[in-house]
Design a protein around this ligand. Structure first.
Ligand code: ADP
Length: 413
């Protein structure tokens, strides 16, 4: 029988949602409530080939959830809220406790509150979404899917920073890693594709946020993002790893606070810091016009990816089944993939298959495949990521588990 599940991604001022039907995994409708808490808030609904935008003052997440459920009902996407079997919430940080997604109860809520110190930009919004959903449909299981969980298999020699150890065991400073649902999705897709569990991969999730991971025997063994998503690769607006002394130096030089500098490193750096624009399409257009800084930004960006490919190649002892490009830039920007393959071509014994690489770019959403020549020693591939599907899978799995547990409890009473 068909079942419906709701996936929620709540931020501080927005609430994105998608309603899915399984078993055939069909997205019935998706939408987003934006500018929550502002007078000019509005929401959009997308279904079939239609897109509707409606203006409504929505002051908080509770009202956002009420509006969403109202729209699902009046448009007959559901005939009753009880048709929703489970709700999956994207949550940024699961700290060291959550290796997997989890059914939300009071303890999980308290942990998400405690972890706000590690996810100050995301957790208040994530939490408001959960609490609003619980209030609206308290009897329906709610599942938290953490962006960090997949990377909890990283061992301590890869997650400890060389700083006082007490910062780790007293304050929780360590590498956690993010984009876990995407890295997990690509890993599972490759396990199916290669028909083996023990895959060794280098995954390049290159969107406006970007991170890479080394996958050993099907498990994350290193990743580029750290305590926060600021670490690692250069990104659209984030600097990635830089000399930490820059912070104190520039605070003094430009009379800025640490928070101001951290904000600039998150929102005004990366591609934007060098070229003035953060969207890769805009940087590309500027570079085509001959703009020096746009060309420089692209070079720095590509080199930061090459640096980690090299590091992870050694981490995996040269035993790599495939290097995979995914997310906005990784899926769409064929010239970036080509440049990167050319930069690693000689040491890795690989060559770009230009025709396939360009074609995958053209027909993107629907195509994945190998972009290196048959005689290359390592496959380089493009696989479109699907974080929502991953969240849906966990939500279905844990909703069923939660129902089985409830049945068991009733039987033992
Ligand atoms: P995030 O999820 O972190 O917001 P995305 O994975 O959506 O990021 O990637 C956004 C980046 O991908 C932008 O730099 C954008 O230029 C690029 N991008 C997205 N879609 C396309 C496309 N169709 N063609 C070219 N580039 C794209």
């Amino acid at each position: 029988m068909n079942e419906k599940y709701l996936i929620i991604n709540a931020g501080s001022s927005s609430l994105k949602f998608s309603l899915y039907e399984i078993p055939e995994v069909k997205e019935i409708v998706n939408g987003c409530v934006e500018k929550i808490g502002n007078e000019d808030s509005f929401y959009t609904l997308k279904y079939d080939d239609k897109k509707e935008e409606k203006v409504k003052v929505i002051m908080n997440h509770t009202q956002a959830v009420e509006t969403m459920l109202y729209e699902l009902l009046i448009n007959n996407f559901i005939s009753d809220v009880n048709e929703i079997k489970g709700v999956g919430h994207r949550v940024l940080h699961g700290g060291e406790k959550y290796f997997d997604s989890v059914v939300i109860d009071d303890e999980v809520i308290n942990d998400i509150v405690d972890l706000t110190k590690l996810g100050p930009l995301h957790h208040p919004g994530n939490l408001s979404g959960i609490l609003a959903m619980q209030k609206a449909i308290p009897h329906i299981p709610q599942i938290a899917v953490f962006d960090t969980s997949f990377h909890q298999t990283i061992n301590e020699e890869n997650y400890i920073y060389p700083i006082p150890y007490s910062w780790y065991n007293e304050n929780g400073v360590r590498k956690y890693g993010f984009h876990g649902t995407s890295h997990k999705y690509i890993t599972e897709t490759m396990q199916q594709y290669l028909d083996k569990k023990d895959v060794n991969l280098i995954i390049c999730h290159i969107g406006s946020g970007a991170s890479m991971s080394a996958i050993k025997n099907g498990k994350s063994c290193d990743t580029t993002m750290g305590l926060t998503p600021l670490d690692g690769l250069m990104m659209g607006t984030r600097s990635g790893s830089i000399d930490p002394s820059i912070i104190e130096y520039i605070c003094k030089e430009r009379n800025l606070t640490v928070s101001e500098v951290t904000n600039i490193l998150n929102k005004e750096s990366g591609l934007k810091g060098i070229s003035g624009v953060n969207d890769f399409r805009d940087v590309t257009a500027l570079a085509k016009q001959g703009n020096h800084n746009a060309k420089l930004a692209i070079k720095l960006f590509e080199k930061s990816i090459v640096k980690y490919i090299a590091q992870y190649y050694f981490e995996l002892n040269g035993d790599v089944d495939a290097i995979i490009f995914t997310a906005g830039v990784g899926e769409n920007m064929s010239y970036v993939r080509e440049d990167i393959v050319n930069l690693i071509s000689k040491p890795m014994g690989i060559k770009i298959n230009k025709e396939i690489n360009d074609n995958i770019a053209k027909f993107k959403q629907y195509q994945s495949g190998v972009i290196t020549t048959d005689d290359s020693k390592i496959k380089v591939m493009v696989i479109p990521t699907n974080e929502e599907l991953m969240i849906l899978k966990d939500t279905v799995r844990l909703t069923k588990k939660s129902k089985d547990l409830n049945k068991e409890k009733k039987l033992t009473k």
